[in-house]
Write a protein that binds this ligand. Structure first.
Ligand SMILES: Cc1cc2nc3c(=O)[nH]c(=O)nc-3n(C[C@H](O)[C@H](O)[C@H](O)COP(=O)(O)OP(=O)(O)OC[C@H]3O[C@@H](n4cnc5c(N)ncnc54)[C@H](O)[C@@H]3O)c2cc1C
Length: 387
């Protein structure tokens, strides 16, 4: 059996951020990630100001990785468009590139990164944990960082619904469509979900949708079926998609909860980070910030010996306001009459969209970056003073 102080299970942004921060604080860490190499993930690939702040802190510069700027958001129903300038700096970058760069950064900082290995189960033994991997390895650790994203892990209790499905396809866009999408993120609302469209590095477009489970079941992973469904659901999106070609054989899919969700468990040297700690409705484009924020927060609590209960409370403070507000907006938007009314109002008063965008930001982050008052790099008051 191999022993380590901290085991991070999952190498998405949350796990990689935790591992980087632990390495920066000289903590002995192993990260285990089931995928053998870089891969695409269901995500709108929008990097908010908070995400960019956390990335910079970890030493990852999205611009040098090829990210493209996003300055405007447009929310489109069949018959209306509400556009507004984003009240902060944002970028767009594929998860293929971003997740790969974060894991590389962790390895460069000295973390033992084990790719292509699945942790099958974990077991609490005394004050620590034992993990059993599919390659036969057994790892014993004092602290366990659970960063498995939307999937659970045997040995850790979990209650989550999976009533929605995220679908994604990268598209090769015609030159005129590329021109129209430059600098924008477009959100298309329809009866049984919504979709986002924006350019990523290399001039390709990312289409990412969140739809009800039975829609996803009838569409499967077939691009033509998805395109037909979306064209019927929202005319404007249909027109966009008629000028784009799919870049992959299959549509990517992942199940996820509806609305917002904050995990309430804490303690036992178990640190739930990223989507395991909180789920924020995807239209906010803030899931990555929560992943990076909770990952670094967990690492700090481990390094400073604060304990998992302090961490869980701090993670809840970080996500509480945006998760609740975004959950409320997504419930309202699911009602056709309210949706029409809200988009009608936002198309007449662009400041309403900017206000809603600001309201779903993580605390402590201001228009251009992080509040200047702060001596630490995460939101003031999030972490109680060290006991
Ligand atoms: C439709 C949709 C659109 C979104 N759009 C945006 C957006 O535009 N901007 C934004 O900021 N957020 C967005 N999000 C949210 C964002 O994608 C997630 O919040 C983020 O990926 C969470 O990161 P994570 O590290 O917690 O999980 P993940 O990125 O899912 O990483 C988990 C990792 O754990 C690994 N793993 C799982 N189980 C095991 C195991 N047993 N052993 C070893 N490894 C394991 C997986 O292979 C994976 O790499 C969107 C989400 C959805 C569903």
């Amino acid at each position: 059996m191999r022993r380590v102080d901290t085991l991070v299970v999952g190498g998405g942004p949350a796990g990689a951020a935790a591992a980087c921060e632990l390495a920066l604080r000289d903590c002995d860490t192993i990260l285990v990630e089931r995928s053998g190499g870089p891969h695409h993930k269901v995500c709108g690939e929008f990097l908010s100001v908070e995400t960019l702040t956390y990335l910079r802190r970890l030493g990852v510069d999205a611009m040098t990785l090829g990210a493209v700027p996003v300055e405007t958001v447009s929310i489109c129903t069949d018959d209306r468009v509400a556009s507004a300038s984003l009240p902060f700096h944002a970028l767009s970058l594929s998860r293929y590139v971003l997740d790969g760069a974060l894991l590389q950064r962790a390895a460069d900082l000295g973390v033992s990164v084990q790719r292509g290995v699945l942790v099958r189960r974990v077991e609490r033994i005394g004050r620590g944990w034992i993990a059993t991997c599919d390659d036969g390895a057994i790892i014993g650790c004092n602290h366990l960082v659970l960063a498995t994203g939307k999937v659970g892990l045997r040995g850790i209790e979990d209650t989550r619904d999976g009533s929605m499905v995220g679908l994604k396809m990268h598209l090769s866009a015609a030159a005129d469509l590329r021109h129209e999408l430059a600098g924008r993120v477009e959100l298309f609302l329809f009866g049984r979900g919504y979709a986002g469209l924006e350019l990523v590095e290399g001039g390709n477009a990312n289409l990412c949708c969140l739809v009800e489970r039975d829609v996803a079941r009838s569409v499967g992973t077939d691009w033509n079926r998805l395109r037909t469904f979306l064209a019927i659901a929202n005319d404007r999106l249909g027109m966009r998609l008629s000028r784009a070609e799919p870049m992959w054989d299959r549509v990517l899919a992942v199940t996820c909860p509806q609305g917002g969700h904050l995990n309430r468990d804490g303690g036992g040297r178990l640190y739930r980070v990223g989507d395991r700690a909180a789920h924020i409705p995807p239209f906010t484009g803030d899931g990555l910030a929560i992943a990076l924020g909770t990952g670094t927060l967990a690492a700090t609590c481990i390094a400073e010996d604060r304990g998992a209960a302090d961490y869980a409370e701090a993670a809840r403070r970080l996500g509480r306001r945006p998760v609740r507000l975004a959950g409320l907006v997504s419930r309202l938007m699911a009602r056709p009459a309210v949706r029409r009314m809200m988009i009608g109002a936002a198309s007449r008063i662009p400041a309403l969209t900017a206000t809603a965008v600001r309201g779903t930001r993580l605390p402590g982050h201001r228009h251009g970056g992080v509040s200047r008052k702060r001596s630490t790099w995460w939101p003031e008051g999030c972490l109680p003073s060290h006991r």
